[in-house]
Design a protein around this ligand. Structure first.
Ligand code: GAL
Length: 374
């Protein structure tokens, strides 16, 4: 009898070890590479992605690379060496990962370009982002609507300055072009005037999307073209980190008694407070929690060996489009899932509360992130 019990115990141990081994074998690991923590939105992206994937039963390795290209190549190389089953990468510089990603290709690790397209590598299977050109169009159209511009009425001229994003970020050109294409007819008609003359992306780009650099650039522009009392009507900024610097420059260095219209993107907390205080006029909001949901559903199918197309969106309560025309990464069109951004002003801040990601502070004056209070 004792012999039977010891055999049964040994059998149980072997079966449980097999179960662990099998479970371990089945548990896929996802490597997530975010560019930095210094730009607010990426903290939310990383948090939501990790939350979504872990709740779905995946192991997650999440890295942040301090906006340092070498660091991000090392981080991605380490994720590949760790043998992750899938890579989700928001590139600091879309041109900078080509070599590192050849190792992913050799290891058979598929790659999702997250939010920012990764260039010159065919290892990228999909791109998940927002309609980046439309972000710029929304900013440009907001200026037209708010100022009541009419191409038939050239009796009034408004002065505008542009602040674009990081030239290393493939998105930045789309944001700028969307806005410029929308506003150029009014510039050509002399209704919008650019006193600095800076209307090319390269002239108004902001490396690393730096708030300090945007502040310094706008201070220089104000000193050079507005110290004679010229009125600044619009400061079109491609995102909130640059809008924060521009708003600071306007507060400290602009002599006019009007509040220029200031645009942004992302719904960063400091900028939402500036919107309440009237120092920024709008931001283009992108629900990055939804971006994480689309990325998770796409990843599930990819990790199960599938190659989804438009039908992926049928099962999701997320407004997005499947695009197979817009984003060529240098090796060909990358099939993309593009979510839909929308305009936030002081009049509709409650739409952000409705996302569940923001709430009013104790004084019911400013919005704070719910993540901060949980
Ligand atoms: C872009 C991103 C924007 C943005 C910027 C700075 O690629 O799409 O949401 O604010 O980076 O992080």
């Amino acid at each position: 009898m004792k012999k039977v019990i010891s055999i049964l115990l040994a059998l149980c141990m072997v079966l449980s070890l097999c179960a662990f081994a099998l479970a371990d074998e089945e548990t896929k690991t996802v490597g997530i590479s975010m560019p930095t923590k210094s730009l607010e939105r990426w903290n939310r992206d990383g948090e939501y992605l990790q939350e979504q994937f872990e709740e779905a039963g995946y192991e997650v390795e999440l890295t942040y690379s301090d906006n340092d290209i070498t660091q991000q190549n090392n981080d991605v190389a380490n994720l590949i060496a760790d043998g992750v089953d899938l890579l989700i990468i928001s590139a600091i510089n879309g041109e900078s990962l080509t070599q590192t990603l050849t190792d992913a290709e050799d290891a058979g690790i598929p790659v999702i370009a997250y939010d920012r397209l990764i260039m010159n590598t065919d290892v990228v299977s999909y791109y998940v982002s927002f309609d980046n050109y439309t972000v710029g169009v929304l900013q440009g159209q907001f200026v037209i609507d708010t100022l009541g511009l009419d191409l038939e009425d050239t009796s009034k001229t408004y002065n505008i300055e542009f602040t674009a994003g990081d030239p290393a970020d493939n998105n930045a050109g789309y944001f700028f072009n969307g806005a410029m294409d929308t506003l150029k007819p009014y510039i050509d008609a002399g209704i919008l005037n650019v006193p600095s003359g800076k209307t090319e992306f390269e002239q108004v780009a902001t490396p690393s999307w730096s708030t300090d650099t945007a502040l310094e650039n706008m201070q220089n522009t104000l000193a050079s073209y507005y110290s004679d009392g010229t009125v600044l009507d619009v400061a079109l900024c491609s995102n909130d980190s640059t809008a924060l610097g521009v708003a600071q420059a306007i507060s400290s260095d602009y002599a006019g008694d009007n509040q220029p219209l200031v645009t942004g993107q992302d719904g960063d907390i400091a900028n939402l407070q500036n919107i309440v205080d009237g120092k920024q006029t709008m931001t283009v909001y992108k629900n990055v929690s939804d971006e994480a949901i689309v990325t998770l559903e796409l990843s599930k199918i990819m990790l199960a060996g599938g190659a989804p197309a438009e039908e992926l969106l049928d099962s999701l309560d997320v407004e997005a489009a499947y695009d197979t025309e817009s984003y060529d990464n240098g090796t060909g069109i990358i099939p993309s899932y593009l979510l839909v951004p929308f305009v936030i002003t002081a009049d509709n801040l409650d739409l952000l509360v409705d996302t569940g990601l923001y709430e009013w502070d104790a004084d019911n004056q400013y919005l704070v992130s719910t993540a901060e209070t949980t």
